[in-house]
Structures are given as C-alpha cells and as structure tokens.
Design a protein around this ligand. Structure first.
Ligand code: ATP
Length: 231
C-alpha cells in the first residue's frame, strides 16, 4: 500500500533521514521505534507531505513524492499528530466534524462508530476541546483522523505524556483498529507497547533503519531488548 524508497530529509545541514526504505501492506500495523530524535516524526511528516524531502513515495500505486499535504490527505492518508493538535477553541463535535470535510456522504455512521470507540467524546461533544484532558484530546485527535475514513492512518507517539490509564485505553483502541484491518503506521518511543500491537517493525537510529522484522522477532532480539525494552 505504501512504499518508501530512499527517503532522505535535511533540516538545513542536519541530515535527519538517510535514504530509508520501508513498506506498509494493506491491513498491516507497522511500527517505527527509536529514541528521541531518531527521525520518527520526520518520517511521518514526509509521508503526509508536510516537509520537503527527496526519494520516492508510492501510495496505492501512485507516486505521491511531489504531492502537497492536502492532495495526500485526499488520497486517504490521515495523520494523528504528535501532541494532538486539536482545535482547542472548537467543540469536540466540531473537531470531529472537521475530520470528515473531504467526505461528501452522510457521516453519521462513522461518527457513531467513533462515539462507540470513545464514549467520553459523545459525553463531551458540546464541550470545548481545550477543556479536555490530554488523554481525551488524544482520543479526539484519533477520532478526528478516523472521521475521514482513511486508508492509511499515521499515528505519532500516541502514548506521549499520558497517564498509564489513558495509554492503556488508547492502545486498546489501536488493537481494535488492527483487528478491523485498518492499515496503520505507528511511531512510538515506547517500544514495548508498540511491538505489542504491531505486525512488523522498523528500528530507526539517527535517521537510519538499523533493524526490521516481525514484531515478535524484534521483541525477542537481545540487542533490541537491551536498547529499547529496558531489559
Ligand atoms: P521525538 O520523539 O523527539 O520527536 P523523533 O524520532 O520523532 O524524535 P524527529 O523529530 O523526526 O525525531 O527529529 C529527527 C532529527 O531532526 C533530530 O535530530 C531533530 O533535532 C531534527 N529536527 C527535527 N525537526 C527539526 C526542525 N524543524 N529543524 C531542525 N532540526 C529538526
């Protein structure tokens, strides 16, 4: 579904991503794990068309390397950004509604499905998004992205800054989406959690992929255990 070939990104003279290759197949949940500054967010932003890059990116057989962010969204790639970025001055309902602005047909069905996944969003639908807790805002950001019925969902550090209870809730939903065969590319510093819900994984270190394999293999890999799993 997504093929990334020799993706290369510079910020001025910082070489943030160094010719990486990876792919995501339909129905898979793939994670990119790596320490702070490894280049995980940069990779997602390159796919979404938010930053300049070189290399070839193909989505469902189409070359998206030169497309703008809005064109990439229209093809069915939705990103849940790091730090949520909900519209704090708008209601929960309006935030969700904005997520489906590209969809012409009635969005009631998908809205109800999101309320089912995150009942708190229905309870708080008239509340300003800025008054939600961090965990609730993460749910809203995920709900907003799902409102566009994406073909590929990009999740940037969904566990960041959340209490263990919310982390658990968010990852339960990620597991549910995986069971529904929603294709996801997940970026996480918490490798333990990410490997738990993924099919395959790539390990990123200072802009390079240093290891890849099934989530199971990587969980049992001694070097990964020491470097990323706190064992
Ligand atoms: P984190 O979890 O801290 O967000 P990350 O793995 O997502 O880490 P990136 O944010 O992609 O890493 O950063 C990769 C590298 O690029 C880092 O060295 C970072 O300092 C640098 N970088 C990121 N954004 C910029 C920017 N706007 N300008 C300059 N350098 C940047």
């Amino acid at each position: 579904m997504l093929k990334v070939n020799k993706l290369d990104v510079y910020y001025g003279n910082i070489h943030a991503i160094k010719e990486i290759n990876f792919h995501v197949e339909e129905g898979e949940t793939i994670c990119l794990v790596g320490a702070n500054g490894a280049g995980k967010t940069t990779t997602l932003q390159s796919i979404s068309g938010l930053i300049p890059k070189s290399g070839k990116l193909e989505f469902m057989g189409k070359n998206i390397s030169k497309l703008k962010a809005n064109q990439i969204t229209a093809l069915g790639i939705a990103q849940v950004p790091e730090g949520r970025r909900v519209f704090t001055g708008l209601s929960v309902y309006d935030n969700l509604h904005l997520g489906s602005f590209l969809i012409k047909e009635d969005n009631t069905k998908i809205l109800n499905r999101i309320y089912q996944m995150f009942p708190i969003l229905e309870e708080r639908k008239n509340q300003l998004a800025g008054t939600l807790s961090g965990g609730e805002q993460q749910m809203l950001a995920m709900g907003r992205a799902l409102m566009s019925r994406p073909k590929l969902l990009l999740l940037d550090e969904p566990s960041m800054g959340l209490s263990p209870l919310y982390v658990e809730k968010i990852f339960k939903v990620i597991e549910m989406l995986r069971e529904e065969k929603i294709t996801m590319l997940l970026v996480e510093q918490n490798a333990n959690l990410a490997l738990e819900v993924s099919d395959r994984a790539y390990v990123l270190e200072t802009g390079k992929i240093v290891k890849e394999g099934s989530a199971k293999e990587l969980k049992n890999d001694p070097t990964i255990k020491t470097a990323y799993l706190g064992e």
